[in-house]
Design a protein around this ligand. Structure first.
Ligand SMILES: [Zn+2]
Length: 239
């Protein structure tokens, strides 16, 4: 990668190790520079880590940043070394780093990497009592003329009382709380949760400027088509 910012910078010819050595000297002028290794790793996100071990600094940076301009690398060095040695990070550096991560192309790349590398646990549709594929297809026929493409379907790892289900667009997956696979939990409640998540596929989140509407008016109207809606919601309240 070559851009104007990089060309104009005197840092342009520094290796990542050289950048870390220089920033180290700035932060701790009287301490001899330790042995230092910078490594780019295939993380699922843009996280980076620094560790001091046996007198050696080991920096592991997301390979998402491998092509980042040198000034961004420098900013990250200030952030990581500042964190390690508990020194305040100048706003200039945190701001520069954040700006870079917020760039549209960088965000896009980060999302792709998350999709490909993110180790999301998706159990598969078969539970002990219910098969999510059967439920999905039944509702698909009943409410969507059988035309909805089937996403990945899975049960949550653990039963929880807070989140009944969710649709994850980056993995194209509907995850249903394992609680609904238990004996004594009415099928109606499970069907309603699945239907609700299917509506999230049908009616994407509305981004209106900075406002984000998940349950749009259309969504709510469509949800009313579920028979015994009130009864299903009542069951959820008592779980
Ligand atoms: Zn919802």
């Amino acid at each position: 990668m070559l851009d104007l910012q990089g060309l104009e910078s005197s840092l342009f010819f520094e290796t990542p190790e050289e950048i870390y050595r220089r920033v180290f000297r700035e932060l701790k002028p009287r301490t001899p520079i330790p042995g230092l290794r910078v490594e780019f790793c295939r993380f699922a996100n843009a996280d980076s880590f620094i560790r001091l071990e046996n007198g050696h600094l080991h920096v592991r940076i997301s390979d998402l940043l491998e092509g980042a301009p040198a000034p961004v690398m420098e900013a990250l060095a200030h952030i990581l070394l500042g964190k390690l040695y508990r020194k305040p990070v100048a706003r200039l550096y945190s701001h520069r780093y954040r700006l870079y991560l917020n760039r549209r192309d960088v965000r896009r790349q980060a999302q792709l990497v998350r999709q490909i590398r993110g180790r999301k646990f998706i159990s598969g549709p078969a539970g002990e009592r219910h098969n999510l594929e059967e439920i999905f297809e039944r509702l698909n026929r009943q409410f969507f003329d059988g035309l909805m493409g089937r996403p990945l379907l899975g049960w949550s790892r653990r039963a929880s009382r807070s989140l009944f289900g969710h649709f994850d667009p980056s993995h194209n997956a509907i995850i249903i709380n394992r609680l609904f696979d238990r004996a004594g939990v009415p099928l109606l409640a499970l069907e309603y949760v699945m239907f609700h998540e299917m509506l999230h596929l049908r009616y994407p989140v509305d981004h209106n400027g900075s406002r984000r509407r998940v349950h749009t008016r259309e969504f709510k109207e469509a949800e009313k088509k579920f028979p015994r809606l009130a009864e299903a919601k009542e069951i959820l309240k008592r779980l």
